[in-house]
Design a binder for this molecule. Structure first.
Ligand SMILES: Nc1ncnc2c1ncn2[C@@H]1O[C@H](COP(=O)(O)OP(=O)(O)OP(=O)(O)O)[C@@H](O)[C@H]1O
Ligand SMILES: [Mg+2]
Length: 440
């Protein structure tokens, strides 16, 4: 399982998310606890269930981003679902058990990828052998006196070195599989045509096709891996991983929390509570059957997130609250945070725009004062109109650079964005800012 210590997890998250130390720490600890648990003897392990987490905090401060980065970081099956997508049993919409089925699918993909990686050398060798057979007759014609073994060796060398990539050959390959989605009462059940053919005892349909060697190689490696892979063991391992290490991130949980201020009484709330009641057994621990077998949900880690500005955590039904013992609050972002968000993360907005425009010859530079100014405007706008957190920066930067983005066409230009540039290009925001100051 994941080998990161809590500190390392936080460090990794720090590369992308500014601040929010408390939330980062909680998820890091929860993750590490799963690892600790996995090291215990069976009996003790059965007794320890995860400490589920609720992340609450205003819009656009990094809740979803933390989950997204976490997913990339850990080698555990993780799915992210939106609470609003679910409806009570019997209504149109997704049933809550689908989140567990999605988790199993994620685990299958994870384990499959690992197995493919392990099998790659063998599958590649098998693919090379097949291609050698296809190319052999052509080579034989060219040099009839060379012994076959020698020809085979040189063909296989050239194949491995990619020297034959652009050669065209005709070869029989399996038809690409296309899973088709069947919807039954809103429950997505996926049926794979390939599976059906396998069950019918036949092989996947094959077809002769003209292909470049490099594409044929790719397809054959896949085909060979499919032959070598042991689906039963993949399924069993995936079920185990989903059950023991799975993480389900439920976003927008506040949207299904009880009667919020201003929401109409009756109608929608009834079904919201219904969704909570449906989710409850899954969080409490139950058995869900999937097409790969059944899975217990007792040890899945649930992380829920919501802005909770209309409703509160205590508006959730008590039983559900009880299953989320850790509640962490994410902070509103300040001007100083915005300066850092603009510049520090590996995917910082200013870095991204600079890279994008560089493609068209524009060398963008931002002065320190300009960055401070943008942050100040973002912070001002958030306090004085709607608080949309870091999303405000996206709209400001987009506006700031509209003109240059439109004009850039490949000619080399140096552009220094200084405070004056910001002020003139974000004139409306600027006027508001100074006006408000003047009034105050
Ligand atoms: N603390 C932060 N550090 C860096 N980037 C951030 C931070 N908070 C938000 N962002 C950026 O702002 C955008 C919105 O953030 P995110 O999706 O995490 O919001 P959220 O907290 O889930 O809000 P909502 O409640 O509306 O779902 C993302 O592009 C994210 O990268
Ligand atoms: Mg979100």
């Amino acid at each position: 399982m994941e080998l990161f210590t809590p500190k390392e997890i936080v460090q990794e998250l720090d590369k992308y998310i500014i601040g929010q130390a408390e939330a980062k720490k909680s998820v890091a600890v929860a993750l590490r606890n799963r690892y600790r648990r996995s090291r215990l003897d069976d009996k003790t392990r059965e007794e320890i269930t995860p400490k589920n987490i609720i992340m609450k905090g205003p819009t656009g401060v990094g809740k979803t981003e933390i989950a997204r980065r976490l997913a990339k970081l850990v080698k555990a099956p993780l799915v992210k679902v939106e609470a609003t997508k679910f409806t009570e049993v019997g209504y149109v919409g997704r049933d809550v058990e689908s989140m567990v089925r999605d988790l199993v699918e994620a685990a299958i993909r994870l384990v499959r990828e690992e197995r493919y990686e392990e099998l790659k050398p063998r599958a590649t060798q098998a693919a090379v052998d097949k291609l050698v057979k296809v190319i052999m007759p052509i080579r034989k014609e060219l040099s009839p006196d060379t012994p076959e073994a020698q020809l085979a060796e040189s063909i296989s060398e050239e194949l491995v070195d990619g020297k034959l990539d652009e050669m065209q050959i005709e070869i029989e390959v399996a038809e690409p599989q296309r899973p088709i989605q069947m919807m039954q009462n809103g429950q997505g059940a996926e049926i794979n045509l390939g599976d059906i053919f396998k069950q019918m005892g036949g092989n996947k349909p094959k077809k002769k096709r003209k292909l470049y060697v490099k594409d044929a190689m790719r397809m054959l490696v896949l085909e060979e891996s499919d032959k070598l892979i042991d689906s039963d063991s993949v399924n069993a391992e995936a079920l185990r991983r989903a059950e023991q290490e799975g993480i389900i991130f439920i976003d927008e949980i506040d949207k299904i929390a009880g009667a919020g201020v201003g929401s109409s009484r009756g109608g929608p709330d009834v079904s919201r509570e219904g969704v909570q009641r449906d989710i409850l057994p899954i969080v409490e621990g139950c058995t869900v059957s999937t097409k790969y077998g059944s899975i217990r949900t007792d040890f899945i880690l649930f992380i829920a997130a919501g802005a909770f500005h209309v409703s509160e955590v205590k508006d959730l039904i008590p039983e559900l609250q009880g299953r989320f013992p850790v509640v962490v609050t994410l902070d509103s972002l300040t001007k100083e945070d915005f300066v850092r968000i603009l510049t520090e993360p590996s995917n910082a907005l200013l870095k991204m725009y600079t890279a994008l425009l560089k493609v068209d010859g524009v060398e963008l530079k931002f002065t320190k004062e300009a960055i401070e100014r943008i942050a100040e405007m973002a912070s001002f706008e958030n306090t004085n109109s709607e608080n949309i957190g870091a999303r405000r920066l996206h709209s400001l930067i987009e506006k700031l650079l509209t003109e240059v983005s439109y004009e850039a066409h490949g000619e080399k230009v140096d552009l220094v964005v200084d405070k004056a540039y910001v002020d003139s290009h974000l004139a409306n925001e600027y006027m508001d800012l100074d006006l408000k100051r003047y009034i105050i």
